[in-house]
Ligand binder design. Structure first.
Ligand code: MBD
Ligand code: FE
Length: 299
């Protein structure tokens, strides 16, 4: 076997220079990460004997795909990996229990209407093809205590699998199927909406091209997203799928998790779900915050 070019003195020196290790300025953590990142890419090129043409095809893919990184990242399992890594760190720190976290996805929009009461409707548009979804439950803490001061953020697709603000048909009203619900002292919530359908990545876009090239699809089963936020508790990012949905385990984004599959009771075209959330207590102020992820904002 030929010796590795990446491991040669010449390339190791190139990596030191390229990552700024010989410079005084700059961020030392970033330097170390960039060095390993570039070395990893070089090793990949060498290992798979990637040709110059293939290399530039990949660079072009990244340029074209930038607008769909929010789909490509979960599609390649990276967003789920980040969840599993946080789970493992929690386990090592003895932080157990509570409703499982799962991926946020790219389609949350800040500034949804803030509403309260037990007749909350998420949907303002007619969606005649859709059945109805009724969801109720309680947000509790680790000792079973009702959590006070909860803001429950909910967002989901319409019956075509499209999200408001991201709908290629342009037909949805702003914030359709998106609400922030202020809960009362008992931590109970209750909302209804038009039943979501599964999501599919945009046809012929970079995410779909990549998935098809490896023999996969870009579909998610029907799901409902949540952030559960309350003073003194750790903000939870999660979703539910429908426990009786035969497609529940066919998620291209790997978001389906045990503990997040309530089985609805169905009457005609209406599904009723009862689902309680359990939050962990915050151990620091950052636990109460949202992650630093950039999120869409519409006035
Ligand atoms: C979605 O609706 C979603 O939730 C994820 C994770 C990725 C793409 C679309
Ligand atoms: Fe989604």
């Amino acid at each position: 076997m030929m010796t590795s070019l990446v491991q040669s003195a010449e390339i190791q020196e190139l990596l030191d220079k390229a990552s700024g290790l010989n410079e005084d300025g700059g961020n030392s953590r970033l330097k170390a990460i960039i060095r390993d990142f570039v070395e990893g890419v070089m090793a990949l090129i060498e290992k798979h004997d990637i040709s110059e043409s293939e290399f530039w095809t990949a660079v072009q893919f990244l340029q074209d795909g930038a607008s769909e990184f929010g789909l490509i990242v979960p599609g390649l399992g990276l967003e789920h990996f980040i969840d599993l890594l946080m789970d493992r760190k929690d386990a090592e720190a003895g932080r157990r229990g509570g409703t499982p976290r799962t991926i946020e996805g790219p389609l949350y929009v800040e500034g949804a209407p803030l509403v309260e009461g037990d007749e909350v409707s998420l949907t303002q548009d007619d969606d005649e093809a859709a059945g109805n979804l009724y969801m109720t439950g309680q947000v509790r803490g680790p000792d079973g205590e009702p959590v006070k001061g909860v803001t429950l953020h909910v967002w989901h697709a319409n019956s075509k699998g499209f999200y408001s603000h991201c709908d290629p048909t342009g037909e949805q009203s702003p914030f359709n199927n998106r609400r922030r619900i202020r809960l009362g002292e008992d931590g109970r919530y209750s909302f209804h909406s038009k039943m979501p359908s599964g999501y599919a990545v945009p046809p012929d876009g970079p995410a779909e091209k990549l998935l098809h090239a490896v023999g996969r699809h870009g579909n998610r089963p029907a799901h409902v997203h949540f952030f559960v936020e309350a003073p003194g508790y750790r903000t939870l990012t999660t979703q539910i799928n429908f426990g009786d949905d035969p497609l529940a385990n066919t998620d291209f984004a790997f978001g389906t998790r045990e503990g997040l599959l309530p089985v609805p009771s169905r009457q005609g075209d209406t599904a009723y779900i009862s689902f309680d959330f359990e939050l962990q207590r915050a151990q620091s102020a950052t636990d109460e915050n949202f992650s630093g992820r950039a999120r869409a904002k519409f006035a």
